[in-house]
Design a protein. Structure first.
Lengths: 286, 315, 315, 286
């Protein structure tokens, strides 16, 4: 195991909610932060305390950082896209501007940016699109072509803000119910998008089943695949071992690896997308 | 707060070892130490208790490994770890380099495992004490947990005692999932434990009402966090009443200085912080500072005076 | 929610007795019934479980008798009550007059107490079942709780079985404070219990950090509320796995329909609501309604189908 | 035991906070309620859920009803005086107007109003003065002379609003630190106040030690004493048996009696003000 320098920029702080707007099925939340806005990279996440003082919820909730920057007025801001799901995310989604939340950020690995211009495909499922827009901008700066495929069960669950659309060369939508874009799943349209645009690298973020399906297709086409995974996390900082996935290391050995600190962004081809609820054979220490 | 012009003595003794303050990490909740050291210097707390290390590398259990519960959580990690050899090669030297005091937690599947682990550790420099986690399934006895049976609890602790030599103090970590924790405590002390660590997690289960199956892959898991604090306080109080001279590392749901103080009043000589770290990476530091302030405010001159203070005669 | 054009069957069986819905009060948390009847008609729930009644009037313990804890509370009431004779004279007729179904909870200090209580109850009309609270100190055995020892647990239950005749179904209420709850459950079923009630409170303690003494007058108390739900689910799941045909009255931290559903999936045939009533006088009614909605939404045609559903094979 | 008809008017409802103002050490909170405002009598209390959804606090908190009435505009209002003490009362004291709290009220016994005009002394300790002002008004309506003694550790902890002072014939203050009124305790000034005003009945509300001391003095002077006691309550509605005190019944037998349902207002002379932490000898069922 290497010394994790990965969270060395992470800070814990109270961050004031600057704005909180409902957008389709999600809440777009802007937090006032300090210089950590400059350290956060696309793919990093933030861990947030929920429920306030006297809450029965003892664990932080993880959210991808949608965007982080220092505004012209010098104020650091961090933006999130939150799906009100259970008690914790509902609490967060109901914070009013002026209230504060306690955050730890930036955490985890970031998407790797190629040094040469490449043809990149960014795939997001539901709120999984959140970290992809900042990534798209970065890739654009490096001269990459950026195509995007976003999928969700229904139109309201596709998160694709206007300014985000501007930073991509093409945008394909899929919905399970056909309410926006092609009816079907992201994986249905993938082969043709890859072929048409001669994709060299895929970046993805979304539900685990989607990431697994993308990995199969990426492998088939021999395309690199960096995906941001989403395992249940108790600590988010690498100390509890709850968030593991079987991942093959450089030495060819598959280990149960913490997705909070050696992820959430991982090489899709190295993950054993096995059935959950078991340790695959051959894993180190099984 | 009272003005104090004396120096408060915050140090505590773990058997014959003295550490500068009584706040420790709880086994299995501080990673290898490196991860936490991003948030505070490990030398600032009394000691780092390592995750329980076993003889061989362990993959641990399949995910999901955790579920949040009201004021607590379940975990079922299954003692994932690199095994004692890699641990001694990598983790210990790094912790030593940080100036951290180290309590090594060990766990075995057989009595012989405990013996071998003790032999591997006896000559290792830089270790303050051993915590012997006997809340593990005993593969030789229908998977019954060592700590749930006085005989197997005794066997595991004797094996460590015999093989560690007279050097390192050993703390037996007990499970609260027993009918009579005092009798188990008495047994392991008799078998050579210098102290006790109370409490490990309580066996629990969460059923996911969407899938309608148990949430954790292994069905049951260990309950920790503030929800179990009353059980920890009770166990520590009972054991301290029965064995007042045996030092206790107390833990279970400590999230503030007030909580730590409660366990100290019950009889703990040191406090491990576990689940609270997940909610707050610097929990151990704030607990340490809050506890010190409370003790000074209450007029204690030394930490030692407060240990078991709730047992004094009522007047 | 799905549209349903069938009638959902919400009734459940407690051994050979059928009640119209599975939501009960938990013993000791519904007063005499009268107090709750200010908030809803008692006949709306499956049954009222009375507070545990003893042979003689009992003053109970000194105050303070309670302490709030994270997502739970401790209590140490000490079974205050009027004794069986006054209880039969006043409480039962009143409950009958309300159309409530009644489960009488009894508690004894000796095996003979249980026998006498059973004899006093055998011919009383209007009672649906007995719940035998064996989580009480046995004065003949160093105050050890009956339910903590297979032998004394068996003796108490046999005494009730022999004296109650073949008429009333009896449910043995077990304590979770044991090393192996399945073995106790097996023992009491073997001794003649028709069913089980799981779980009673967990022994805990709170120390008041102001006075620096235990908060409760009797030092320890019973932990209840959502904090202990994972322990209840685990106990019910384990016992249902071992004794699938034995009906279980499940309880421990149920505060919503979701929570009740969790215990049903684990194996409970009925659900008692305790601490939740303190926070919400109409908790039992909202839990009943929420549970019914969840079951219909999930596509169950009868309540019965959901009992122990989490034990099915995973596919 | 009699059939408790006592809480038959009690209702559970969400009540909006109309106003919340800091007054000395206390918060004066006004809640919007329905017709229960007409049922509440001085001495009754309200049980309030604290902490909001996902709170770790499972029990309601009890507060004396300071005043309840239907306003000219038809709106029922209930007023409380809250001392921010632990997590629950602090949560309540920090509610903003517009937020709602869940209440159960009115609960418990009320102060008994004499049918004839009498000379009454009302004694309050700290926020214990809260229910006494509405009581004073009632007594005035019955033609009673009303004297009042309020005590606290320090001036900021005496709750005595201006309009309240108007409804009493005399007002004596005591503080432990002498920052207002006479330095000392309520019980120090009591004998002279009783003698001077030829008091026939005492009504009191405050800490248990104060009530106990008042009972001794009242007995000495042969004056009736109705006191509102404050035991820790888990349920507030008579179902849990946590809130008991040893109280002598009409049959001369002392029983452990629930102060939430057979109190909080009790006949002081019937309470065994024994040391806490034990059951006095002679209690029924000991
Ligand atoms: C790296 C990462 C990035 C994420 N980014 C986003 C994002 O940008 N926007 C967004 O809306 N959500 C995101 N999620 C999911 C988000 O963390 C969960 O929706 C949230 O934790 C649910 O909490 P809850 O209290 O609402 O639900 P509950 O179901 O009540 O939560 C109970 C427990 O389960 C955990 N849990 C529940 N669902 C999930 C989940 N899907 N993933 C991980 N843990 C879960 C919670 O953290 C909590 O510990 C991300 C998760 C991870 C791990
Ligand atoms: C009949 C009655 C009337 C009351 N009237 C008022 C009033 O008008 N204004 C006011 O400020 N307070 C009043 N109190 C006291 C108030 O209920 C407590 O201050 C409050 O419960 C403390 O809760 P907490 O969460 O802030 O404190 P914590 O100490 O965190 O509470 C923990 C537990 O202890 C109980 N508890 C703590 N202190 C008390 C106490 N003094 N009395 C009873 N239970 C307690 C709480 O209810 C809770 O269950 C009254 C209490 C009773 C019984
Ligand atoms: C994720 C997790 C992993 C744990 N791993 C270990 C372990 O390896 N060895 C051990 O003795 N205890 C382990 N424990 C138990 C803790 O050390 C501690 O006894 C328990 O969690 C109670 O303390 P807490 O409430 O402060 O967390 C673990 C607990 C958690 C939550
Ligand atoms: C105040 C109080 C009194 C209780 N009294 C009894 C009792 O008399 N007999 C009994 O069998 N259980 C008693 N119990 C235990 C409950 O019936 C129940 O088993 C336990 O509280 C767990 O359920 P809950 O979490 O829903 O409260 C009592 C619990 C409480 C909180
Ligand atoms: S969430 Fe704790 S190690 Fe990853
Ligand atoms: S508070 Fe529950 S009976 Fe009085």
């Amino acid at each position: 195991m290497e010394m994790p320098t990965i969270n060395s920029r992470a800070q814990q702080m109270d961050a004031e909610v600057i704005s909180n707007k409902r957008l389709g099925a999600y809440n777009h939340i802007v937090l006032a932060v300090n210089e950590i806005a400059t350290y956060a990279k696309p793919g990093n996440f933030v861990a947030i305390s929920v429920g306030g003082a006297g809450s029965s919820m003892v664990l932080r909730r993880a959210f991808a950082i949608y965007r982080a920057q220092i505004r012209p007025d010098g104020q650091g801001v961090m933006e999130l896209v939150v799906a009100p799901h259970g008690n914790g995310s509902k609490w967060l989604a109901s914070r009013e501007p002026g209230e504060s939340v306690n955050i730890v950020a930036p955490l985890g690995t970031a998407f790797g940016i190629p040094t040469e211009p490449v043809r990149a495909l960014l795939i997001g499922g539901g709120y999984g699109s959140a970290p992809l827009f900042a990534l798209a901008e970065n890739l654009k700066t490096k001269g990459c072509r950026v195509d995007m495929v976003l999928g969700a069960s229904t139109a309201a669950k596709i998160y694709a803000p206007l300014e985000g659309k501007r930073s991509v060369n093409s945008m394909t939508l899929t919905t399970d119910d056909g309410s926006a874009g092609t009816q079907g799943r992201v994986s249905d349209v993938l082969p043709s998008v890859i072929e048409q645009n001669q994709i060299e690298i895929i970046y993805s973020c979304g539900p685990m089943a989607m990431l697994s399906a993308i990995t199969d297709i990426a492998n088939r086409f021999g395309v690199m695949h960096q995906c941001s995974v989403e395992e249940s996390m108790a600590c988010g900082i690498g100390v509890c071992m709850t968030c593991v996935l079987p991942v093959e290391g450089r030495d060819g050995i598959t280990r149960m690896v913490r997705t909070c600190i050696e992820g959430p962004v991982m090489d899709g081809s190295k993950v054993t997308w096995s059935k959950s609820r078991e340790i695959p054979d051959g894993v180190w220490g099984k | 707060m009272m003005e104090t012009n004396y120096t408060f003595d915050f140090s505590t003794a773990l058997a014959d070892r003295r550490i500068p303050n009584p706040i420790l990490t709880a086994s299995g909740t501080a990673g290898s130490g490196k991860e936490l050291s991003q948030f505070f210097p490990l030398s600032d707390i009394g000691a780092v208790v390592t995750k329980s290390i076993m003889l061989k590398p362990r993959s641990g259990r399949a995910t999901p490994r955790m579920a949040e519960t009201p004021s607590g959580m379940l975990n079922s990690i299954g003692l994932q770890g690199p095994g004692i050899d890699i641990f001694l090669e990598n983790d210990i030297p790094w912790l030593v380099s940080q100036g951290a005091r180290i309590i090594v937690s060990i766990a075995g599947e057989t009595v012989e495992d405990y013996a071998v682990l003790a032999r591997k550790l006896r000559a290792v420099p830089g270790i303050t004490a051993l915590e012997v986690n006997i809340s593990c399934p005993n593969v030789e006895n229908r998977g019954q947990v060592f700590a749930c049976n006085p005989t197997t609890a005794r066997e595991a602790i004797s094996a460590v005692r015999r093989n560690i030599g007279g050097e390192l103090p050993i703390f037996a970590k007990l499970s609260p999932d027993v009918t009579d924790i005092v009798s188990i405590a008495t047994e392991v002390v008799d078998a050579g434990a210098d102290g006790l660590a109370l409490i490990n997690t309580i066996l629990g289960m969460v059923i996911d009402t969407n899938t309608m199956f148990p949430r954790l892959s292994q069905k049951t898991g260990g309950l920790s966090g503030p929800a179990i604090r009353p059980v920890a306080v009770r166990a520590i109080y009972q054991v301290h009443a029965a064995l007042p001279n045996v030092p206790i590392i107390g833990m279970g749901g400590v999230a503030s200085g007030r909580d730590a103080f409660e366990l100290v009043l019950a009889g703990a000589s040191a406090i491990s912080v576990g689940t609270a770290t997940f909610g707050n990476p610097t929990a151990a530091i704030s607990i340490k500072e809050e506890l010190e302030n409370i003790l000074i405010e209450k007029g204690f001159a030394t930490f030692h005076q407060a240990i078991g203070f709730a047992h004094r005669e009522e007047i």
